[in-house]
Design a protein around this ligand. Sequence first.
Ligand code: PLP
Length: 343
Amino acid sequence: MREFRIDLRSDTKTRPSRDMRTAMAEASVGDEQSGEDPCVNELTARVAALLRKPGALFLPSGTMCNLIAVLAHCRPGDEVIAAENSHLISSESGGATAVAGAQIRPISAKRGIFSADQAAAAVRPGKINAPTTRLIHVEQTVNRGGGAIWPIDALRELAAFARERRLAMHMDGARLMNAVVGSGVAASEFSDCCDSVWLDLSKGLGCPMGAVLAGDEDFIRAARRWKFRLGGAMRQAGIIAAAGLYALDHHVDRLRTDHDNARRFADALRSVDAVSIHAPETNLVFFDIESSRMSASELAQALAEMGIGIGVEGRTTLRAVTHLDVNAAGVDEAAAAISSILG
Ligand SMILES: *Cc1c(COP(=O)(O)O)cnc(C)c1O
C-alpha cells in the first residue's frame, strides 16, 4: 500500500495524535459490556447531553449505528425512506436489507436533501400488499451530496411531517459536528428533529475508531440488545472512548480549519479550465474533469505518483477531503499538482 504525503482520500485517514494517544494510554477502564467502563460511561453521557437525548450507546463504527437503528426501528419487510446517494444505500454492504430485512425506498434528491413533500410521495399507502413505511433516514452532512448541510428549517419540516405520519426519523451524523461548525446551529437543534442520531469519532474528529448512537430510553434499550447480538459489546473499551473524549475537547472547533482548507482548495481549482467545481460547504470537495482528456482514475494515478491521494467517485468525478492531517500548504500543493497535470 502506497503512503501518501498528502492524503485527501478521506477524513478516515487521520492518525491519532501524540496527545490523543497519551489520553488513551492513561484512560481508566472497566468491563464495557457490564456497564463498568468509566470512560465509555463518561463519553456516552457527554454525547447524550450534546445531542439532548436521554441515552447513548458506544459502538465500534458508524455502520453499526445505522444498522442497529434500522433493526431497532423496523421489522423485516418494513420500508426506510432515504436519499438515493446515501451511505446507507451505497456503502454499507446492504446491511439494512441483509441483516434487518428492511427495504429501502430511494429518493432522488440533489445534494441528498429532500423535502417533506418528497417524503410524503414516497410513503406507501396502508394497503395489505404494500410494505409499511417506518423510518426516514437523513445524512448530516450529506457525504455524496458534496458535504452539504441539511438546513435546520428543512429538517424541522421533515420532522413535523414524520411526527404527523408516525414515522421514525434517524440521522446518520457521520459528520454532524462538521454541520454544526459549518452552520452555527447547535448539534441539539439538529438532533431534536430525530428519534435516533449518531456521530462518528473516526471521521473529522480524528479517533482511530468508534461512534456514539443516541436516542430515548426505549430506543437505547433495544439498540443495546442488538449491539450484543451483533457482537458489538466490548471489554476495556475506555482505551477507545478516551480518544473520543479527547476529540470532543480538542477536535471540534478546529473543524473550521478543515472547512477553510476545503474552500481554499476549491478556490484554487476554480481557475483550472478543465475543472468544474462548486463551493464546498464543509470538508468534502467534489469536482468534475469531464472537459479534460483525462479520466478521474488517470488523474488520481498521476497524483499518486506525486505522493498525493485523492478519491475517485465516478468516471470524471473526484472527491478530496480535508482533515486534521492535511494543512493549507498541503491543499495548495495538491491543487497546483492538479492544475499542472490537467493544464
Ligand atoms: C463513514 C460514513 C458512515 C459509516 O461510518 P463508519 O464509522 O465508517 O462505519 C456512515 N455514513 C456516512 C455518511 C459516512 O460518511
